[in-house]
Design a protein around this ligand. Structure first.
Ligand code: PEP
Ligand code: MG
Length: 562
């Protein structure tokens, strides 16, 4: 599965046409100008699309712009033009050379950039040839089938025309998967070569939740899927109608439902979806895909705008989580054999204290009284928190801010989870980053598509660590939240609450349904479920247990997979 959901529709295949190019150039000056003009046009198109796009689209288009500006690529292409080749041939060779280099590294994170390069190769070639990619004509409600999709193809489609998509290749963390989720499109990727045999117009049921594509379903299957779809729609509408109300469990226990943000636009969407605050502002969006770090003023303005969009609601700002899976080009991190175990998160901040200091000052300058809180990523030991706290205090005094600011810790390493009682003695709150916690507990790279299905935060080992973190926080009466992907997983919510989590910070789109689900739960039932979940042998067994418990509690919850 790449993006959850259920869709009924007809197959419509999207084929990427080959672009033929002449190798021989028509003179160095002409070809150099052709390439420069094509790159300039594409840059303008990418910037225009990014200006109006969603946060996910902006981040992907930003990565494309950075690649377009990569001097290694343009130098290589210009060298080939100088040897007499055409602009198109030179660009193709330069990109393909770069693709080969990335592939040879064997580094999954770098290999992920290959799709972006192939996308960019195509765009620039079409621009050189003066051609435009004609948008495909798709029947309404199409389920898009493709061998693989490029991010630009998906961004160029009218999402209201498509019911879902399924690709033969690709990975669950690919840009296409991220875009599909941000467009609320049910999606399956890496479904295998069988996808190629499905002819256009074939009726399909795409059950992305179950990871299954039903080809030419029987009338009874179709009816059952239609009933499920109608029930989902009704449930979603009811959840949206009640989204702005407080979130209390059926027994009255208050659970805070916050949203994860990485842009101003997302903050507005989160408030509309009923988020009661932001439990994780991923500030990397301000630092990545640019040549230098943002200034203190630039950061302060951005945090201030997001704080205002939240209209007084709490805003938890994570300090820069650079390194590992979040490269920042201008940070001179020496080459590492294991970036996931290297200089990343708070380690970078303590290694480059000026960078962290500027960010702390920017955070302290933003928001209404007590609105902004600081959260420290990738903490392994209490002394990292102590060091950051000292820097916060110093900045607070220098700025003459009388009001103390809350400083919390992300629990993302098994070390932090098992010593949460020590950390909570000095932290104002804890927030569990289940994505990294699962990666480190299971020793499985969260970016490896071959392991994606197994890096599941509902693995009992991860649940036991979350339980330990929650107990550590409770010992000092600290709020313990979850801001990793598990908080957006309706199947996980009852277990997390049962383990002692009091705040869930989810993707904005799921907030209404998450709140609606929590309103049906009781703490006793959640605790009981959490205890049983911790005793299961695998994540799959935990998921089966939650489904069975949900079915027993209410048939509608079973449908929600919660
Ligand atoms: C996490 O690790 O769960 C988390 C929320 O941080 P990120 O996904 O940004 O690494
Ligand atoms: Mg993390």
């Amino acid at each position: 599965m790449a993006a959850p959901g259920l869709a009924i529709g007809v197959a419509a295949r999207l084929v990427v046409s080959e672009i033929a190019v002449e190798a021989a150039g028509r003179g160095v000056a002409l070809e150099t100008r052709a390439l420069a003009e094509a790159r300039r046009d594409i840059r303008q198109q990418l910037e225009a699309a990014a200006a109006t796009g969603t946060a996910a689209q902006r981040s992907i288009l930003g990565a494309h712009i950075a690649l377009l500006d990569d001097p290694e690529l343009s130098d290589a292409a210009e060298r080939l033009i100088g040897e007499g080749f055409s602009a198109a041939h030179a660009w193709r060779q330069a990109v393909q050379g770069h693709v080969e280099v990335l592939r040879r590294t064997g580094d999954a994170r770098l290999i992920e950039r290959v799709d972006d390069l192939v996308d960019l190769e195509r765009r620039v070639l079409l621009a050189i040839k003066g051609e435009a990619e004609a948008p495909p004509t798709l029947p309404k409600g199409a389920i898009l089938l493709a061998d693989d999709l490029l991010a630009s193809q998906l961004i160029g489609l009218d999402a209201s025309q498509i019911a879902g998509l399924c690709t033969a290749r690709g990975g669950p963390t690919s840009h296409v998967a991220i875009l599909a989720a941000s467009m609320n499109l049910p999606a399956l990727v890496a479904a295998g070569p069988g996808v190629a045999a499905i002819t256009d117009g074939t009726p399909l049921i795409l059950d992305a939740d179950a990871g299954v594509l039903h080809v030419a379903p029987q009338p009874a299957e179709l009816m059952a899927a239609e009933t499920r779809l109608a029930a989902r729609k009704a449930r979603r509408m009811a959840a949206q109608a009640a989204a702005r109300e407080d979130c209390r469990m059926a027994d009255g226990t208050r659970i805070e439902v916050f949203a994860n943000l990485a842009s101003l636009a997302a903050a507005k969407a989160a408030v509309a979806a009923g988020a009661e605050g932001c439990g994780l502002l991923r500030t990397e969006f301000l630092f990545q895909d640019r040549p230098t770090a943002p200034t203190e003023d630039e950061q302060a303005a951005s945090y201030q705008a997001i704080a205002e969009a939240l209209d007084g609601r709490p805003l938890i700002i994570r300090t820069l989580d650079a390194g590992g899976d979040k490269p920042v080009d201008y940070l001179p991190i020496p080459p590492e054999d294991n970036p996931a175990l290297g200089l990343r998160g708070v380690r970078v901040g303590l290694w480059k204290p000026d960078l962290l200091r500027a960010q702390l000052r920017a955070i302290l300058r933003a928001g209404g009284p007590g609105q902004c809180r600081i959260m420290v990523p990738m903490v392994a030991s209490l002394d990292e928190l102590t060091a950051v706290r000292a820097m916060v205090e110093e900045a607070r005094q220098a700025l003459g801010r009388a009001q103390p600011v809350e400083v919390g810790v992300m629990i993302e390493t098994p070390a932090a989870a098992v010593t949460a009682d020590l950390i909570a003695a000095e932290a104002d709150f804890l927030s569990i980053g289940s994505n990294d916690l699962a990666q480190y507990a299971l020793a499985m790279d969260r970016g490896n598509p071959l392991l994606a299905a197994q890096v599941d935060g509902l693995h009992p080992a991860v649940l036991r660590l979350i339980g330990a973190a929650a107990a550590g926080g409770a010992a000092h009466r600290r709020m313990v939240g979850v801001c990793g992907g598990l908080a957006s997983d309706l199947a996980a919510a009852p277990i997390l609450i049962g383990l002692g989590v009091g705040e869930l910070s989810a993707t904005p789109a799921i907030v209404p349904e998450l709140k609606a689900l929590i309103r049906t739960l009781t703490m006793d039932a959640c605790r009981d479920l959490a205890e049983r979940a911790k005793a299961q042998a695998s994540a799959a067994a935990v998921r089966a247990l939650t489904l069975a418990a949900a079915a027993q509690a209410s048939p509608q919850r079973k449908e929600a997979g919660a």
